[in-house]
Design a protein around this ligand. Structure first.
Ligand SMILES: [Zn+2]
Ligand SMILES: [Zn+2]
Length: 449
């Protein structure tokens, strides 16, 4: 059922009708010629192979619906993998997803530039929607996966699994739409497929600026985890990623001969104080449980033994595991640098390039994700995941609404452990079905709760 228009989201630009059938985006090179044949001879089996049949009739129907979608979703994932687009250039990717949503009778709303949101399910005004989020961008690095659907774009690769995320959120949307067609109650859901997760400022800020989260009460996402077996899901209440900011301190003052430091504003000495004292001050002013860590990586000043320079600079990273400490860190850092450097008469210039806050999973949302995983993937599917020091711009949504991100296992059991952001990343494509089931189920649970 097409949803009623939502005044909180900008109107959709007119689009030509898309005929039913396989996704075809004109004027764009298709996947390598042998991909379809290779794919046909390498079907992806069900992720729940051998698992007990579910007792809940809605779960049973969801499994059946996703089983019917599996081959198509894997084909979409391979197509996106073959045609990666880097941050804010995801036009073809957006078009592929939008076209498939339209064939299901849905009305995706294109975001300015790239990306889309799409409402489905309950259209009652005032319904707080459950958002399912994917990111669409690839990384600017060469694809070395060696598979028939390897990147056809030189120097771009889906090495962070965002092709899987896009297929999973598309799949969850199609599955929920099908359940609604079959008469099952589906609450208010919004698919959010955002651009530009890999850069700063991230595309989640674009989505927020476009009103893409207006009317949303809770949000969920998955991220591929090649260190976790396929069919398993990693969860954690609280932070699962970290903040990493870049900081630069520049000091200026009168230079001079080292025999007469009292006639100078000794930037070298002052830099030394900043380098040793500011991390110590942060460690006393901010909660140590937040894991605040200021570490310098580069320092430059002067060129001669006996000359005090007039300029010096030190650069480093400020990492933090906790949102509240991250919000405070900028202010405390600025105060500390000023207080340490001022007695030396130097001029201080600060640059603090803030990254993303940590993704901080809400307890209740995490509980829903875990319940969903057990429902659709089995009682042993959930594992406790670690907090990583990486960043993820899903965090910005969680500063607006509660929600949670799960790690989605992509390793073939007993197989090689790959890493993300590496060109040779391979995922076990049963993860597409696992992620689709997980997000569809959590949407049902969260919108009914
Ligand atoms: Zn990444
Ligand atoms: Zn990523």
């Amino acid at each position: 059922m097409p949803p009623a228009s939502d005044p909180s989201v900008p109107p959709v630009p007119p689009v030509p009708p898309v005929p039913p059938g396989p996704v075809v985006v004109p004027a764009v090179p298709g996947p390598p010629a042998d991909t379809a044949a290779w794919a046909a001879s390498h079907p992806v089996g069900p992720v729940r192979d051998g698992a007990d049949a579910p007792t809940d009739p809605t779960v049973a129907l969801l499994l059946k619906v996703v089983d019917e979608l599996r081959d198509e979703l894997v084909a979409v994932r391979r197509d996106l993998h073959a045609h990666p687009e880097t941050a804010r250039l995801e036009e073809r990717t957006t078009a592929v997803v939008a076209a498939r949503l339209r064939t299901a009778g849905l009305r995706p709303r294109l975001l300015p530039g790239s990306g889309l949101v799409c409402d489905l399910g309950d259209t009652t005004p005032g319904t707080r929607r459950v958002a399912l989020r994917a990111d669409l961008d690839a990384l600017p690095l060469p694809d070395q996966c060696g598979l028939p659907w390897a990147s056809t774009s030189r120097g771009a690769a889906h090495a962070c699994g965002h092709d899987v995320h896009a297929a999973v959120v598309l799949g969850a949307g199609l599955a929920l739409a099908r359940l609604a067609e079959l008469g099952r109650p589906v609450g208010g859901v919004r698919l959010v497929l955002q651009p530009a997760e890999e850069v700063q400022p991230g595309g989640s800020l674009d989505v927020l600026a476009a009103g893409g989260l207006d009317g949303v009460g809770q949000i969920f996402a998955v991220h591929c985890d090649p260190k976790l077996d396929v069919g398993h899901v990693g969860t954690r209440i609280g932070p699962i990623t970290s903040a990493s900011d870049e900081v630069t301190v520049s000091l200026s003052g009168r230079g001079g001969h080292t025999s007469r430091p009292h006639l100078t504003e000794d930037v070298v000495y002052a830099l030394g104080q900043v380098i040793t004292q500011v991390p110590a001050i942060l460690g006393r002013r901010l909660d140590p449980r937040s894991g605040v860590n200021l570490t310098w990586g580069a320092v430059q000043a002067g060129s001669a033994n006996n000359a005090i320079p007039s300029h010096g600079v030190v650069r480093g990273t400020l990492r933090c595991l906790d949102v509240r400490a991250w919000e405070r860190a900028s202010e405390v850092f600025g105060e500390a640098v000023t207080q340490v450097a001022t007695p030396y008469g130097v001029e201080v210039e600060l640059h603090h390039q803030r990254g993303v806050p940590p993704v901080e999973n809400h307890a209740r949302s995490t509980g829903l994700l875990e319940a969903a995983a057990r429902d659709v993937l089995g009682p042993a599917a959930v594992e406790l995941t670690e907090q990583s020091l990486g960043g993820e711009d899903f965090a910005w949504y969680l500063t607006k609404v509660p929600g949670a991100m799960a790690r989605l296992g992509t390793r073939t059991p007993g197989g090689r452990t790959f890493d993300i952001h590496q060109g040779d990343l391979r995922v076990d494509e049963r993860a597409v079905e696992a992620g689709t089931l997980l997000l569809a189920r959590v949407a049902l649970l969260a919108s009914a709760a």
